[in-house]
Unconditional design. Structure first.
Length: 576
């Protein structure tokens, strides 16, 4: 009897189980968490000390770090207290569970738009996508944000049709919860507000019903969202230079003030979403440097073209802005294609035709279209300010578009079955299975392998130095996995002299761990370092593709001969 009641949900259970298995494989094969996760762990530790100060100091919104902190306390309570691994486990658990929730929420959204059959195909296809698996199996904020975003979209798509104030209040609360994680979470609230107004303008709702609906939606959103801007003293500071006391130079400023703007990295296809946190987050986090970009995490953007200028001050010409927007659009197309892993894109366009034939509630479809358009504009702004659009940034767009892609699969399956006299369900299921199998090698690929050499170098230094020694480095993994004081080479300290000047003066910085060709790496660092240090170790990185990477270990030249001999004894790395 109980099994019969669960029969309509068998496909959903299968989709959640598929997501659980694929995400578990990803976690098992990953070498470590991404640099993004290190940043969020640093914020979570600050939240445990002084939440209000952490709100003000960090660019990243505190929703995910707060979830990470709660999960870490549970992990510690269960007896696993190894540092820093327990924190990495906690962050991964949060993203993992939210990945499963996102699959369930996209199923609910698709069923609300079309029917249970389309919802089943949507959930299974979405569960198999690499961009979901990669981020759900890492310590990222994107999938927790996605889960809250999809929950809000599902509730709002129901509320704008029924006008039920409780449904709309729940949608506003979910949108505000997403805002606590990422600022674009409020997109659902804003678009739902527009849709409610449209119901009144068209005469579908009385003004009293409209006022109640708007009040319920807005009150719940404000109640949940307001504590963050009140305590932080800002709506958001992510990617917003005017909201920061010491803003970093934006991408558009760099392009406008230089003849040869920096070329942003182009990720090799197929490449998942960037694991590094937004540049602004790294700048605000005192305990972690600007994050590296992993092979799993290379940001996607088009190469900046040469823009002539003769002045040192920024010149925001229409031609400059047009070129940046064009590059941003190209980066977006790259990311959205990677988000769908290309294979589902034809079905999305076919699904648009089937959608028109089915004639669903057009206000619901319109709401999702406006969500996609709004998110697209946000991503263009992100590109102009930071110079890249990451694959993970398009997750909300992929999720709300996947029901239409599933509709396309069903349409093709039904037409093929009609011509071949086969079962429509079997043909559609076979098409879906082929699509999932085609992208499976990308979904389960091993990621973050490029950080293994950094971890190995860090481990060697811990074993061959005393507690008073320090390390100069350009990688957050040195401080995360190591136990020595660090002086960071980064955009905040772009030379060896500046890095040492900002470091603890009482510490002896006897060693350098240099991740060559990692994020923000500057070739002149090698010359600066070799004036005072000698290379004693080399850890190659066979996993790097786009740019050859390696980790070099240097030792201060003025160390005593006995210390040199001790350091050489048993060194596991290759000598220069």
């Amino acid at each position: 009897m109980h099994l019969e009641r669960l029969k309509p949900y068998y496909a959903l259970l299968f989709a959640v189980g598929l997501a659980a298995a694929l995400q578990a494989i990803h976690v098992a094969r990953s070498a470590t968490i991404s640099a993004d996760g290190i940043t969020f762990i640093a914020i979570a530790r600050d939240l445990a000390q002084d939440p209000a100060e952490a709100f003000r100091r960090h660019d990243q919104h505190p929703g995910y770090p707060a979830m990470l902190l709660g999960a870490a306390r549970v992990v510690h309570w269960c007896g696993y207290q190894a540092e820093p691994h327990s924190w990495a486990v906690a962050g991964t658990i949060v993203s993992y569970l939210c990945g499963l929730a996102a699959v369930a929420f996209v199923w609910l959204l698709a069923r609300n738009l079309f029917d249970a059959r389309a919802a089943n195909y949507t959930a299974i296809a979405f569960a198999a996508l690499p961009v979901l698996c990669w981020n759900a199996g890492d310590a990222h904020s994107d999938v927790p944000h996605l889960a809250a975003y999809l929950l809000a979209a599902w509730l709002a798509s129901s509320g704008i049709i029924s006008g039920n104030p409780w449904t709309l209040a729940a949608a506003g609360a979910a949108s505000a919860a997403a805002y606590w994680i990422r600022p674009e979470g409020l997109e659902v609230y804003l678009i739902a507000l527009v849709c409610i107004a449209w119901q009144a303008i068209r005469g579908q709702w009385a003004w009293k019903k409209t006022a109640i609906a708007m009040s319920a939606l807005s009150a719940a959103t404000l109640l949940v969202a307001a504590p963050y801007p009140i305590l932080a003293g800002k709506f958001t500071s992510k990617q917003l230079p005017f909201a920061k006391t010491q803003p970093a130079q934006t991408f558009i400023d760099l392009v406008a003030t230089t003849q040869h703007p920096p070329a942003a990295s182009v990720s090799p296809a197929p490449s998942p979403a960037p694991s590094a946190a937004d540049n602004t987050a790294a700048a605000a986090t005192a305990t972690a440097p600007a994050p590296e970009i992993s092979a799993q995490a290379a940001p996607t953007s088009s190469l900046a073209t040469e823009i002539p200028t003769t002045a040192d001050s920024p010149r925001y010409t229409p031609r400059l802005i047009a070129k940046l927007l064009g590059q941003g659009f190209s980066a977006f197309i790259n990311s959205i294609c990677q988000g769908f892993k290309f294979i589902f894109i034809p079905f999305y366009f076919i699904g648009q035709i089937e959608c028109a034939r089915r004639r669903p509630q057009w206000l619901q479809i319109g709401m999702l279209s406006m969500l996609g358009a709004t998110h697209f504009c946000v991503l263009l702004a992100v590109f102009v300010l930071s110079g890249y659009i990451a694959h993970r940034h398009v997750l909300p767009m992929v999720a709300i578009a996947m029901p239409v892609a599933a509709l396309g699969i069903l349409y093709v399956g039904d037409r093929a079955a009609a011509r071949s006299r086969l079962s429509a369900e079997r043909v559609s299921a076979a098409i879906l299975a082929l699509c999932c199998v085609a992208i499976l090698p990308y979904t389960v690929r091993a990621l973050n392998l490029e950080f293994i050499p950094v971890m190995a170098a860090t481990s060697w230094i811990d074993q061959h130095t005393d507690a008073g020694a320090g390390v100069v480095c350009n990688s957050p993994y040195v401080s995360f996995y190591g136990h020595r004081a660090v002086a960071y080479l980064s955009h905040e300290a772009p030379s060896l002299t500046q890095a040492l000047a900002k470091a603890d003066p009482s510490t002896r910085y006897e060693y350098v761990v240099l991740h060559v060709n990692a994020h923000e790496f500057q070739p002149e660092w090698i010359e600066q370092i070799e004036e005072r240090y000698e290379q004693v170790g080399l850890y190659p990185d066979p996993s790097s593709i786009a740019r050859p990477k390696e980790v070099r270990v240097y030792r201060a030249r003025e160390l005593a001969a006995s210390r040199v001999a001790g350091a050489q004894h048993g060194h596991p790395a290759d000598r220069k």
